[in-house]
Design a protein. Structure first.
Ligand code: TTJ
Length: 656
């Protein structure tokens, strides 16, 4: 404790010297305590110091510029990854105020970057949008940056201020002049390698998030640019239609049930509400909710308000128009939401979050606001567009019937398994060990690969389940058919966990579920079908990291009786370069079935020598993962082909 105090006093002295002032206010003590606390426990402020936290810094700064856009003063944001992995964010807003703030006795800009929670909150500047972990402010980014430089362009002058690890290194100065009409803010920072485990930015991660931000902020143009050598690229996101276009984007690759995206917008009790929705011909419900542009994966009051409004408005409409007869029961919310893609976006001044991870909106005004706005506008829309009302109603009634049939089928299976005990599928070649922790199951495609897989496995710990041909695409099939499918039933019983509400991870029979298909387009397709099944019925298996994809080699290269295996075209070229082409024999594996037992074991199955890819998914990825699956699964041939050609890029991490 004593040491800590001395350190603090040292810091204060340093700060004083830099400022050249003899006395310091209570404010300054607070500042130092604040930013030191951020450096001591960064996780408290940005969630983690992994790659996720690293990217969070960018969102934090960009969110400030987005606030300025929401207030109506900024049209464009440019985010650049520079060659040293520093980030520069430029906007064309009014510029952070540079005049002295009375209360703090220093420039407002300095306050923004040195006082916790001060980011963006100036009186009367439009929406104050911050919530959850986000909006903790620019000062947190400053505290966690090795250096950070801010430039403000306004009134024909260029102002600049510099910091290092949160402390002022150069006070606010006018460094030059600019065009009188130019205005905006530029923030350039380098995350501190002492704080972050990972310091290399991932373009795709930033791209997904910035695209989402652009969808949520109508008409704002966001450009992401990578200036790192060899991987230079840029993308611009600009959506005049806002979340309406977001829904169209999410429904890409599926057939919409009606041409319009239904859109509701309004304001009530200080809650600004926007909802966009459209049904497609799939059976999945995809609702994404946001509060102040921040994703709320656990939903909350805004989601509840929407569901209530949709169920009531729709049933009322169906009854009034005799689409539902008097003796028929109401359609359930679930039936109405089958195949629905929807974005709910609310903006509130001071949102309250609940739940363990503080990701669930608790503000009750949001429920009332969403409910009344959606009720009123959806009812009006349905009255004006009876053909849409009819299409929705027909689909919901089919959903209702299918759900009843599925319930019957499930009850039957449950009763059957209660009576007979759960038999393992006949085709399963099980392993001997009964400790799930030590066991793995290989799901292999076709019977030809079964032979070598059976012989090449470790009999004690590795089981093999062969599936015949292409498995059912569960995103395009009704539940009752899913329950009827032999291949799917085989997987469910082999895994042991059950599905949906019956899912129980403690019953998992294998610690690793490994999908092993041919290294070609068909194999990638089959792997995706299997992943789609797992993702839809037992997502916890993916979330908890139990699902893997085996990596069989593409080439067998032989020279002087020595074997080399190449897992990609690049690796193949590299090996040839290294060993030379003279006297080298090359064969391409067309499928798993072509490998002999030893080859398959060594290259693909043996934990000592194989490479596995772990399929991973976190809540942030959900939207992107959904798109990945539906693009591949959908009816529209073109995006699917493009997708497969891009080499089945699921969200995958290397498992070493
Ligand atoms: C606040 O109200 C008076 C006029 O300026 C408003 C403001 O703060 N604007 C503003 C802040 N525009 N851009 C920012 C900003 C941009 C970045 C990239 C980072 C930060 C911390 C703020």
């Amino acid at each position: 404790m004593a040491i800590e105090k001395n350190e603090k006093e040292d810091l204060l002295r340093e700060e004083q010297m830099m400022k050249g002032s003899a006395d310091y206010s209570a404010d300054q003590i607070q500042i130092l305590e604040g930013l030191e606390a951020v450096r001591k426990r960064p996780g408290m402020y940005i969630g983690s110091t992994s790659s996720r936290g690293l990217h969070h810094l960018v969102y934090e700064i960009v969110d400030n510029a987005v606030d300025e856009a929401l207030a109506g003063f900024c049209d464009e944001i440019l985010v650049t990854i520079l060659p040293d992995n520093s980030i520069r964010v430029i906007d064309d807003g009014r510029g952070i105020p540079v005049d002295i703030q009375k209360k703090a006795g220093k420039p407002a800009l300095e306050v923004v970057f040195t006082i916790l929670h001060a980011g963006g909150k100036f009186g009367g500047s439009g929406y104050k949008v911050s919530g959850g972990l986000h909006g903790v402010g620019a000062s947190v980014v400053n505290a966690l940056s090795l250096w950070l430089e801010v430039s403000v362009y306004k009134d024909g002058k260029i102002y600049q201020m510099k910091f290092a690890r949160g402390k002022v290194t150069e006070p606010l100065t006018v460094i030059g002049t600019c065009d009188k009409d130019k205005h905006g803010t530029e923030v350039h920072f380098l995350p501190d390698p002492e704080i972050f485990e990972e310091t290399v930015y991932d373009y795709e991660t930033l791209k997904i998030r910035l695209r989402e931000t652009a969808f949520l902020t109508k008409a704002l143009k966001i450009t992401l640019k990578d200036e790192r050598e060899g991987i230079e690229q840029e993308h611009t996101f600009h959506y005049e239609g806002g979340i309406k276009e977001f829904v169209t984007y999410l429904n890409k690759g599926k057939e919409p049930l009606y041409p319009d995206v239904i859109y509701c917008e309004g304001q009530r009790d200080g809650v600004f509400v926007e909802v966009a929705m459209q049904h497609n011909d799939s059976y999945n419900e995809n609702i994404y909710t946001f509060v102040n542009n921040i994703n709320t994966p656990e939903g909350g009051t805004h989601l509840t308000g929407f569901k209530n409004a949709l169920t009531k408005a729709f049933n009322d409409y169906a009854r009034a128009h005799k689409l539902l007869k008097d003796n028929e029961p109401n359609l359930s919310g679930e039936d109405i939401r089958e195949g629905l893609t929807c974005i709910i976006s609310v903006k509130i001044e001071d949102p309250q979050f609940e739940g363990q991870t503080k990701q669930k909106l608790g503000t009750s005004e949001a429920q009332t606001a969403v409910q009344s706005i959606v009720s009123e506008q959806l009812t009006y829309y349905l009255e004006q567009n009876p053909s849409v009302g009819k299409a929705m109603c027909e689909k919901s009634i089919l959903a209702q019937r299918a759900r009843a049939a599925a319930r019957k089928a499930r009850d039957l299976t449950r009763r059957k398994s209660a009576l007979e005990g759960v038999g393992l599928p006949g085709k399963l070649v099980d392993c001997n060990n009964r400790d799930p922790e030590k066991c793995e199951i290989f799901i292999v495609e076709g019977d030809s690969a079964l032979g070598p897989a059976k012989d090449g496995r470790n009999v004690d710990t590795q089981a093999v389940l062969p599936l015949r041909g292409k498995i059912l695409n569960v995103q395009k099939a009704r539940l009752d058919h899913v329950y009827d499918n032999e291949e799917i039933k085989g997987m469910i019983t082999a895994f042991g966990t059950g599905i949906n509400e019956d899912f129980d991870i403690s019953k998992l029979r294998y610690n690793k579920i490994i999908i092993m298909t041919d290294a070609d387009v068909d194999g990638a397709h089959i792997a995706t079908l299997m992943l789609t099944f797992i993702y839809n019925f037992m997502p916890e298996l993916i979330k908890q990291g139990h699902v893997f994809i085996a990596q069989p080699p593409l080439f067998n290269i032989t020279k002087n009786k020595q074997h080399y295996y190449a897992y990609s075209d690049e690796e193949y070229q590299d090996i040839l370069k290294k060993i030379g082409t003279d006297g080298t024999d090359v064969s391409r594996f067309k499928g798993l079935g072509e490998m002999d037992t030893e080859e398959l074991a060594e290259t693909t199955m043996d934990p000592e020598t194989r490479t596995l890819l772990r399929v991973n998914m976190n809540d942030d990825d959900k939207a992107e993962l959904d798109l990945t699956f539906t693009t591949l699964m959908g009816d529209q041939v073109e995006p699917r082909r493009e997708f497969i050609e891009q080499n089945a890029r699921y969200v995958i991490n290397l498992d070493v």
